[in-house]
Design a protein around this ligand. Structure first.
Ligand code: SF4
Ligand code: SF4
Length: 334
């Protein structure tokens, strides 16, 4: 269903939902840095900057308590966190590279184990994606099968129009319901042209060719030249909309404490450090190779898609200038 919504009506929609107690999460400035965060009013939303971190935090927080424990005398009690307490959420202004990563995460968190923390938040969240009208030198979504106007992962997808407002495409039952519940804010789609989409940095990559090269070159010496300079800071994984590794640790004393689930990264030395002291990925290039293999081979083997949406965040964040798009492009030319 194609509709139109003005900027003013979009603001009214967000303010109405906030007043109703819905958690409305959107790009907003936090000390000058754009991040996906809960809004207190629609005026806080920024449309023209890609958030520094991805939208995955709305479902998979950086760190969260999943249980607490207490020991009094010989009595031990444990208290679970009840996911039913998670609030209804509207995630709005989501970039196509972030929205497309959410179904990628669905596959992992509902595979052999049903992660109720992720899945309950997912069930309670409606996603409004928004087409990009600008890009930078790090963006490469068009090279990995997406585009700046791809609606994958969105329940409702907004495309900015020349003259203001948005054309509005509902992509799921949640999107239809949102429109139906606020029908006075939407009108019939007109003929206003869309704002031009940004130009791609590279032509589409031959991802099948890249995958075949990876299958045949696990021990290739080029991994050393690609990744010797990687310092294992983990920034690339933390900003990535598709990376999803986490660790679970108990914090406290023998008398009580909390069990927490926190983001982890395969670039960290300890990630594969065995209790025996052995580490099968004992050098940084092996750890970077794993990250790359996971994105362009292992995840594809398991779930039939690539674990990279071309958001470019890892390129912008890497302190030593490792550029994953350039590596894929070089492999695809071999
Ligand atoms: S690997 Fe890099 S470019 Fe690809 S989705 Fe993750 S952060 Fe974005
Ligand atoms: S951001 Fe760069 S240096 Fe840090 S772990 Fe990733 S590739 Fe290595």
């Amino acid at each position: 269903m194609q509709k139109y919504i003005s900027q003013q009506n979009l603001n009214t929609l967000l303010d109405t939902l906030i007043k109703q107690g819905v958690r409305v999460v959107a790009p907003r400035l936090n000390a000058g840095t754009p991040l996906y965060e809960p809004l207190t009013c629609s005026a806080e939303m920024v449309n023209d900057q890609l958030p520094r971190r991805s939208a995955k935090e709305a479902f998979f927080p950086l760190c969260e308590e999943i249980m607490s424990y207490r020991k009094e005398g010989q009595q031990i009690s444990m208290t679970d966190i009840d996911p039913a307490r998670f609030p209804e959420t509207l995630l709005v202004g989501v970039r196509p590279c972030d929205a497309a990563a959410i179904p990628v995460l669905d596959a992992v968190f509902s595979w052999d184990y049903q992660d109720e923390f992720f899945l309950e938040r997912r069930k309670k969240t409606t996603i409004i994606g928004m087409a990009c009208s600008q890009s930078d030198d790090a963006c490469f979504c068009s090279s990995v099968g997406l585009s700046p106007a791809d609606s994958r992962g969105s329940d409702l997808f907004l495309t900015p129009l020349e003259g203001g407002g948005y054309s509005c495409q509902s992509c799921s039952e949640k999107g239809e319901t949102l429109i139906a519940n606020h029908r006075l804010l939407f009108s019939e789609a007109g003929n206003a042209p869309q704002l031009p989409l940004p130009s791609p940095r590279y032509e589409p990559f031959d991802l099948q060719k890249v995958k075949v090269w990876l299958e045949e070159h696990f021990e290739d010496p080029s991994w050393d030249s690609i990744a010797t300079r990687c310092v294992g800071c983990g920034a690339c994984a933390f900003v990535c909309p598709a990376c999803h590794c986490f660790d679970i640790v108990d914090e406290g004393t023998e008398k009580g404490g909390k069990r927490r689930k926190s983001w982890d990264a395969c670039g960290f030395w300890k990630f594969t450090h065995h209790a025996s002291g052995h580490n099968p990925r004992d050098q940084q290039p092996k750890r970077y190779r794993n990250r790359f293999m996971h994105k362009f081979k292992y995840y594809h083997d398991k779930f039939g898609q690539t674990l990279c949406t071309g958001c470019g965040r890892c390129i912008r964040s890497c302190p030593v200038g490792i550029d994953i798009a350039q590596i894929v492009e070089e492999i695809s030319r071999k």
